[in-house]
Design a protein around this ligand. Structure first.
Ligand SMILES: O=P(O)(O)OC[C@H]1O[C@H](O[C@H]2O[C@H](CO)[C@@H](O)[C@H](O)[C@H]2O)[C@H](O)[C@@H](O)[C@@H]1O
Length: 255
């Protein structure tokens, strides 16, 4: 059963390499397929990651999607276009295997948010603004002292614009309201080639919890990557190297 308390100190067991139904994989990007870096742009394509994603896509007959907070453009840059199916901006935009993309119109309040974020970043060295079109991120990994003020600014702007507040790892984001990662997993699972498979979602962030719950609701499970915390995930992996090892084992088992 998924764990529901953050006070337990136990680690989650690693996920099985084989399951008794065709497997569908939903993979978060930052912190799961790629190690954390000082800035979003510092994460680049990696031959080992691209190779295992390409292999998995073939072995799983296309039942593999990256489900990330990044935009589809960024997912393609970092994953070297190895994932045809993908959901970006925390599930707000979704690309099917045939290339068709669903994306909502950007909330009008985003222009004001970006202007405010840029004013905030201008006199705080290290603070980075990320314009994702339908969302805006304020990164403070390189300026941790700015965290409280950044969160407070984002909270105030969420109130005035109606945008959805999305906290993350050393970032706060304001995004167009709409689907989350759980919605993306559920939508993929309703369509070929995913329909009927057992969904497994790997993630590390709070935004991945919706994906874990969606996988569980459809008979699959979530895998928490990183330190133990309160989670809907059933299994755990310690970090990116362990994820890549596990994915390679899954690809090998399915060969
Ligand atoms: O859902 P994910 O694939 O995990 O994406 C979450 C966010 O990842 C990126 O930001 C994070 O990674 C950066 C690079 O390691 C790091 O510098 C930053 O502090 C992290 O928050 C990305 O920039 C965001 O758009 C994603 O939402």
């Amino acid at each position: 059963m998924p764990s529901d308390t953050g006070t337990l100190l136990e680690a989650l067991a690693p996920p099985p390499v084989t399951v008794n139904r065709p497997l569908a994989l939903f993979l978060d990007l930052d912190g799961v397929l790629a190690p954390m870096a000082p800035t979003p742009d510092a994460v680049v394509a990696d031959p080992r990651r691209t190779a295992v994603l390409t292999r998995l896509d073939a072995v799983l007959d296309g039942r593999m999607a990256i489900v990330s907070g990044r935009t589809l453009k960024e997912i393609d840059r970092i994953a070297d276009r190895a994932a045809l199916s993908a959901a970006g901006v925390h599930g707000l935009e979704r690309r099917r295997r045939d290339g068709a993309v669903d994306r909502p119109a950007a909330s009008p309040g985003l222009a004001e948010v970006l202007a405010s974020f840029r004013r905030f970043a201008a006199d705080r060295p290290g603070v980075v603004v990320e314009d994702k079109g339908i969302s805006a991120g304020l990164h403070f990994r390189q300026s941790p002292a700015s965290a409280d003020e950044a969160l407070s600014l984002a909270h105030d702007l969420a109130g005035t614009t109606g945008l959805h507040l999305q906290p993350g790892h050393m970032v706060v984001e304001l995004r167009t309201p709409g689907a989350d990662k759980g919605g993306a997993v559920t939508a993929f699972m309703a369509e070929p080639p995913f329909a009927g498979a057992l969904p497994v979602m790997l993630g590390d962030d709070l935004t991945d919890e919706a994906g874990f719950r969606a996988a569980e609701a459809l008979g699959g499970f979530g895998v928490l990557v990183g330190p133990y915390r309160s989670t809907a995930a059933r299994y755990g992996l310690a970090g990116v190297p362990e994820v890549l090892d596990w994915l390679e084992a899954v690809a090998e088992a399915g060969r």
